[in-house]
Design a protein around this ligand. Sequence first.
Ligand code: HEM
Length: 430
Amino acid sequence: MDKNRKVHQFKNPVLNWIEFRLPIVSYFKKEYGDYPMPKNCNYFWSFGALATITLVTMIVSGIFLAMNYTPHTDMAFDSVERIMRDVNYGWLMRYIHSNGAAFFFIIVYIHIVRAMYFGSYKYPRELNWILGVFIFLLMMATSFLGYTLPWGQMSYWGATVITNLFSAIPFIGEGLKTWLLGDYNVGNATLNRFFALHYVLPFVIFGVVGLHVAAVHVHGSNNPDGIDIKTNNDSVNFFPYMLIKDTVAMCAFGVAISAVIFFGPNLMAEVDNYIPADPLVTPAHIVPNWYLAPFYAILRAVPDKLGGVLLMFGAIVILFVLPWLDRSKVRSCNYRPIYKWFMMGFFVNFFALGYVGMLPAEGLYLLIARVGLLYYFGFFFIITPFVGWIEKPSKLPLSISDVYAKNIAPNIGGGEKGIPSPAMQKDTNL
Ligand code: HEM
C-alpha cells in the first residue's frame, strides 16, 4: 500500500470511503465540478450534453424494444406491430427510439456546425475532432442497420441498395457483399447479423464518446471567440453554471421531442416502411433516412457506380483531415470576414444536397446535386486552404473577459464594475 498517496478529503464519509478505494469522486469533481468553462460559451456548447443524453435514451429505449423484437424475416414486421399495439407502452418506446434517432442526428449536425464555424477542430483539439468524425461514421452505420430491422419495404430495399454498393469494388466487391450479407441476397442471415450489430454499436459509440469528452477536457473547451482562457476571470466553473445552462437546453429539447413523439410521431417516417418487405416489388423511389440523404445525393450525382461510392465515402473521410486543410491560425469564423461566408455557403449547400437526396435523381434535382458535389469538395480542397492563406482576419480580443465586458454585459465582468480592463482600454478596435 502506498502510504504517501494523497487522498482527497470530502465532508461526506461515504464519499471518503469510496475515494480512498477508487478516486472517482475527485475525478468527477475535477472534470465536471471545477472544470473551467470559457464564460462566453453560448447555447451551442450545450449540444454535446444533449447528444450524450440522447445517446443514453437511444440505448435504454432500444433495450426495451429488443426485449420484444424478433430478428426473423417471417416475424420481424409483425413483432414490431405487436410492440406498437400489445406491449405495454411499446408504442412509446418505439416512437422515442425512431424519433430519437432523427433528433440525435439534428443535434449532432448542429454540434458539428458549431465545431466547424468556431474552429474547434483546430490545434490543440484535432484528436477530439477526429474522434467526433469516427462517432459520426458509427452513428451512420448504426442508423442504417436499425432502419433494416422493421423489415418494411424501405428496410429491405434500402439494405439492398446500400449493400450493393460494395459490389462496385473491383475484384473483391461481389465476395465482400456476400460476406457482409451472409447470403447472396438480403435475407434472414442478413437481418440477424444486422440486429446483432445494431445492438452492439451504440455501446461502442458510448465508449468513443467517453474518449471524445476526455479529450475535450485536456485542453478545455473552445468558445465563440476562439481564444484561450488566460485568467480565472475568463471562465466559470462547470458546476453549477454550465450544468444549469445545459439543463435549460435539455428541458427545451424535451419539449421539442415530446411534441413530435405525441403529436406527429410519423412526421419523419417513411410511409413505405409500413408495408411488409416484398423482394418482388421494388418501391418507386428508394429513399434513405433524411439525415443520410446528403451523402446519398453525392452517390447518385456521379454517373459511374464506383466513382459515386468513392466520392460518397470520400465526403466523410475528408472531414478527418479538415484540421490540416485549414491553414488559418484564427479559430472562430466571427473573426474571419471571408471564410465565414464560404462556411455558411457550405452549410446551405449541405442542406440542399440533403433535399435533393430525397427526390428522384433526374432533371433539375440531379443538376443541383452535381453543383452541390462540386462545392462540397471545392470547399475542402480549394476554398479552405486558399482563403486561410489570403484572408486578413479581424483583430482578435485580447482576452475573453474583454469580449464579455464589451459585448454582453457592460456592467459586469471584464474590468471592475463596467470599467473596461486595461487590455480593453488599449484595444478599442475590437
Ligand atoms: C454521439 C455523438 C457525440 C457526443 C455525445 C458528443 C459529445 C460531446 C461533448 C459532451 C462535448 C463537450 C461539450 C461541448 O463542447 O458541447 C463535445 C465537444 C466537441 N465535439 Fe462532440 N459529441 C458527439 C459527436 C461529435 C461529432 C460527430 C463531432 C465532429 C465531427 C464532434 C466534435 C466535437 C468537438 C470539435 C468538440 C470540442 C468543442 C469545443 O471545445 O468547442 N462531436 N462533444
